[in-house]
Design a protein around this ligand. Structure first.
Ligand code: FDA
Length: 305
C-alpha cells in the first residue's frame, strides 16, 4: 500500500517525468508497457503482435487537451495512424479519449474532431473505440457514440464499466442499436452514488454484463486481466455453445502476457491495447501502481541488459 502511494505521488512529479521521458534509459524503461514514442514504434510493435496472432488497439497517449490547436494536433496523429494501419494492412484499430481530442475545450470541438476521425476510419473500413472516462463524461460519450454510429454504422464503439450502477441499462441501450462495447471494470475514482464500493459487486456485475454481451449478436470485447472473470466467460460460452469468434478478450500491452498467450492458444481472439507517444510517463506509473511487484521486475531487467 505504501509503495502504491509512493508511485502515485511520483506519477505527478514533473522533474522525474522530464528525466524519464527525455532520456534513453527512461525510454527503455517504458518499453514494458508502451510501444515507444513515435508512430514508427507503434507500427513496429503492432507488426510483432500481429505476427504472434494478436489484434491491436492503438492509443496515442496525451494529456487532457486545453486548446483547439492541441486537439487538432492530437487528432492529426490518429489520422496518420489510420493511414499507416491501412497502408501496412495491420490488424489494428484505434482507441481515442474524448478529453484527449478537445472535449474539455468545448463539446462542439471534441465532437467534431472525433467525428472526423471516425469518418476517416469508416472510409478505410476500420474502427474507432471511444475510451470511457470518469462519470462526468459518461452520458456525453454514449450520446456521441450513438450519433456517430448512426452516421458511420459499425465504425465506432465505446466502453462500459462494470463498477457503475447505470451500466446495466447502458448495455441494453447500446446493444439495442448494435453498437460494439468493450466491457471493463472501470479505472476512475467514483463515489458510492455512482459505483459499487465493493470489489465483489464490481466483479459480480462484470460477469452478468459479460454474459449478456457474449450471448448478444453484437461483437463485444471483454477487457480484463482477471482470471476469475475470464474463467466465468469461458465457462458460459462453453455451456451455451457460443462460438469463439463472436467476441474477443482484450488486455493491456505488457500486462499478463502469459495469460494473453494462453487465451490465443485456446482459440480465442485477443486484442492488445497498445499505447504509444511522448507523454507515456503518467500511463506507465499508473500501471506500476496497480501492481508494485512490477517495479522489481522492471528494475531487474534494467540492470540485466
Ligand atoms: P483487477 O484490477 O481485479 O486485476 C486482476 C488481476 O490482473 C490482478 O490480480 C493482476 O494479476 C492482474 N493485473 C492487473 N493490472 C496489472 C498490472 N498493471 N500489472 C500486472 N498485473 C496486473 N478503464 C476505464 O475506465 N475506461 C476504459 O476505457 C478502459 N479501457 C481498457 C481497455 C483494456 C483493453 C483494458 C484491459 C482495461 C481498460 N480499462 C479501462 C481499465 C479497467 O477498467 C481496469 O482498471 C483494469 O483493467 C484492471 O482491472 P482488471 O479487470 O484487469 O481486474
Amino acid at each position: 500500500m505504501m509503495m502504491r502511494s509512493i508511485l502515485i505521488s511520483l506519477s505527478q512529479n514533473s522533474s522525474l517525468r522530464k528525466l524519464l521521458e527525455q532520456t534513453r534509459p527512461g525510454r527503455k524503461l517504458s518499453g514494458r508497457f508502451v510501444a515507444g514514442t513515435t508512430l514508427d514504434d507503434a507500427v513496429r510493435v503492432t507488426e510483432t503482435l500481429n505476427a504472434e496472432g494478436f489484434s491491436v488497439s492503438l492509443d496515442s497517449l496525451g494529456e487532457s487537451v486545453r486548446t483547439a490547436a492541441g486537439a487538432r494536433a492530437a487528432a492529426e496523429i490518429y489520422h496518420l495512424l489510420l493511414d499507416r494501419i491501412a497502408g501496412k494492412s495491420l490488424n489494428a484499430n484505434v482507441s481515442v479519449k474524448l478529453t484527449g481530442v478537445g472535449l474539455d475545450v468545448s463539446a462542439g470541438l471534441g465532437e467534431q474532431v472525433t467525428g472526423e476521425i471516425v469518418e476517416h476510419a469508416a472510409r478505410l473500413g476500420n474502427f474507432v473505440r471511444i475510451d470511457m472516462e470518469g462519470t462526468p463524461y459518461t452520458e456525453v460519450t454514449l450520446k456521441l457514440t450513438e450519433d456517430l454510429h448512426g452516421r458511420f454504422p459499425g465504425a465506432v464503439g465505446t466502453v462500459l464499466q462494470s463498477y457503475l450502477y447505470r451500466t446495466k441499462d447502458d448495455a441494453e441501450r447500446l446493444l439495442g442499436q448494435g453498437i460494439r462495447i468493450r466491457l471493463c471494470k472501470g479505472a476512475y475514482k467514483e463515489g458510492p452514488e455512482h459505483a459499487f464500493p465493493s470489489k465483489a459487486d464490481v466483479d459480480g456485475s462484470y460477469v452478468t454484463l459479460a454474459e449478456r454481451m457474449v450471448a448478444s449478436d453484437v461483437y463485444c470485447g471483454m477487457a480484463t486481466h482477471d482470471e476469475k472473470m475470464i474463467a466465468a466467460v469461458e465457462r458460459f460460452v462453453k455451456e451455451r455453445g457460443i462460438a469463439r469468434d463472436r467476441f474477443e478478450f482484450q488486455m493491456l500491452y505488457g500486462v499478463r502476457r502469459d495469460l494473453q498467450r494462453e487465451l490465443l492458444g485456446r482459440g480465442y481472439g485477443v486484442r492488445v491495447y497498445l499505447p504509444f507517444g511522448t507523454d507515456w510517463f503518467p500511463y506507465f506509473m499508473r500501471r506500476l501502481a496497480e501492481r508494485p511487484a512490477n517495479v522489481i521486475f522492471i528494475l531487474k531487467n534494467l540492470f540485466k541488459s
